[in-house]
Design a protein around this ligand. Structure first.
Ligand code: PEP
Length: 239
């Protein structure tokens, strides 16, 4: 993996320019950072076919391998479709679908069981930040996700995504990102070891350079702006 990584989380959307055009444009030039695209499950194969130098991810997985779980997809199935990495613990999964730390830990184990790279999302809500609980929240999320994980075996990437900054246009300030990434780095050092830490939350071509310059920011997880190859490319090019 390149030392920096910029990941597109398309959520339940597709780029209006089309998958092939989007992927073709991302391959027209080279980036110092590694790139990845995480489309909705049914489009993993189409993204993988056109991927070129871009890695392919899934946005979620079930914790099991197979079974009577209507509507679910296992990490192994995502891998068969063409994914080499899986995002787990996204705040939309935690908030909208009630995924708690215990379930997130099971999904972390599932991704590692399938031999895929993990992108674990963590982050505090606005109320938690206002209450001064950010450090405690990210520590709880990390420790519970990594309990029993053999860090030496696994490729783990952490995405710090303050919930109040996701899809709101209200990105965290560089100072705040620096402070929280340092806290996260300390917890990783004491658990699974130092890992790349991505920042996510309203990253745009306008704020990407100042966020990328922050000590401890190894890349981005990008939602809204990742649906346009020109915007995603502009963000990726700041590394
Ligand atoms: C995300 O969903 O992971 C995200 C960071 O979204 P946005 O960039 O739209 O805030």
């Amino acid at each position: 993996m390149a030392s920096n990584l910029v990941v597109a989380n398309w959520k339940m959307n597709l780029p209006s320019e089309g998958i092939e055009t989007f992927m073709g444009r991302m391959n027209e030039r080279s980036y110092a950072a590694g790139l990845a695209v995480a489309p909705p499950f049914p489009f993993i194969g189409a993204v993988a076919s056109a991927a070129g130098n871009v890695r392919v991810g899934a946005q979620n997985c079930h914790e099991g391998v197979s079974g009577a779980f209507t509507g679910e997809v296992s990490a192994e199935m995502a891998a068969t479709a063409g994914a080499s990495m899986i995002i787990v613990g996204h705040s939309e999964r935690r908030k909208i679908y009630g995924e708690d730390d215990a379930l997130v830990a099971k999904k972390v184990a599932a991704v590692l069981r399938a031999g895929l790279d993990l992108i674990l999302c963590i982050g505090e809500s606005e109320a938690e930040r206002e209450a001064g609980a950010t450090g405690a929240v990210v520590e709880r999320q990390l420790r519970s996700a990594f309990e029993g994980v053999d860090g030496a075996e696994a490729t783990i990437i952490v995405a710090y995504e303050p919930v109040w900054a996701i899809g709101t246009g209200k990105s965290a300030t560089p100072d705040l990102v620096a402070e929280t990434h340092a806290q996260i780095g300390g917890i990783l050092d004491a658990t699974v070891g130092i890992r790349p830490i991505l920042y996510g939350g309203s990253v745009t071509p306008d704020n990407a350079a100042s966020l990328a310059a922050v000590d401890g920011v190894d890349g981005f997880l990008v939602g809204g702006a990742s649906l346009f190859s020109d915007r995603f490319g502009a963000i990726a090019s700041v590394f």
